[in-house]
Design a protein. Structure first.
Length: 285
């Protein structure tokens, strides 16, 4: 995974680009209607139910827009919320609050939706050893926010991008001429480049798993699109020699059964690509 320093840089880029996109040369409505030094206060109001996420990010946005804005937090990231809850108050220059408003809401609504869905999946797996993983199926430009939201909901980040973990999938295997060839080439590449990252390999059959197990360098095997019986057989075959992950069309109705097959992780693109934003609003007081 990326370092905390890299993650902070990603957040800064997101905020900078969001301000460029939304404010541009200036918020002419607020500039014309509200005196520059006018002070105001607003509350973040919940109009939905779920897990709140993005409070800490909102603070970063407010501080970036105006370092003198003050946020009083009432409900922290990862907490359950219901209709009518107030998450925080923000006070300071009214113009600054309005400039940050839409960026904060857009981010928090989406992050809260992702955290809520992740929490729902995590809750379905209570009592098993299996953990929920996200994927790279994220919204371009705001991956850091969406993966942050997954962790707030109790999930685990798979990898941040193509550069921080190797994941040898079906197309890599086919283009390389086979599983062993792909793994061997990956191992040679890492040695030549002196890169220290983990290798995950997708398996499409028990025969491919047997071949993958001949390579000690493999960190995790992705058991992709296997049914329950095949997954149980795969876990037994792997026998703890490396970590296991199930994926492929797994939903809320089947996730528990896959977990009970004994896999270490279940990955789901739906955590980030199939959510409905939580209804939040920022209301002036």
């Amino acid at each position: 995974m990326i370092s905390p320093e890299q993650f902070e840089k990603e957040l800064e880029l997101i905020i900078t680009n969001a301000i460029r996109e939304d404010i541009g040369e200036g918020d002419h409505t607020s500039l014309s209607c509200i005196p520059k030094e006018a002070q105001g206060k607003a509350k973040l109001l919940v109009k939905d139910t779920g897990i709140i996420a993005g409070v800490e990010f909102a603070k970063k946005v407010f501080h970036h827009v105006d370092p003198e804005l003050e946020v009083e937090t009432l409900i922290n990231d990862g907490s359950s919320v219901k209709y009518g809850d107030i998450v925080f108050f923000v006070s300071g220059r009214s113009q600054s609050i309005l400039q940050a408003e839409r960026i904060v809401l857009n981010a928090m609504q989406r992050m809260s939706a992702i955290a809520t869905k992740t929490w729902f999946f995590v809750d379905l797996l209570k009592g098993t050893k299996t953990r929920v993983l996200d994927t790279r199926k994220t919204t371009p430009g705001i991956r850091a926010l969406e993966k942050w939201a997954v962790t707030i909901g109790g999930g685990v980040n798979h990898r941040f991008a193509l550069y921080d973990m190797m994941m040898i999938k079906d197309n890599h295997i086919d283009f390389a001429g086979g599983v062993s060839q792909a793994i061997t080439k990956a191992e040679e590449y890492l040695r030549e480049k002196n890169i220290d990252i983990k290798i995950i390999v997708e398996a499409r059959s028990l025969e491919e798993i047997e071949e993958i197990l001949q390579h000690d360098s493999v960190y995790r095997i992705l058991i992709d699109n296997f049914d329950f019986d095949q997954t149980k057989a795969a876990v037994k075959l792997i026998g703890g020699k490396c970590l296991t992950e199930s994926s492929g069309g797994i939903n809320e109705e089947t996730i528990r059964q896959y977990a009970e097959c004994g896999v270490d992780f279940i990955s789901s693109g739906a955590l980030t690509h199939s959510v409905y934003n939580m209804d939040l609003s920022l209301k002036a007081i």
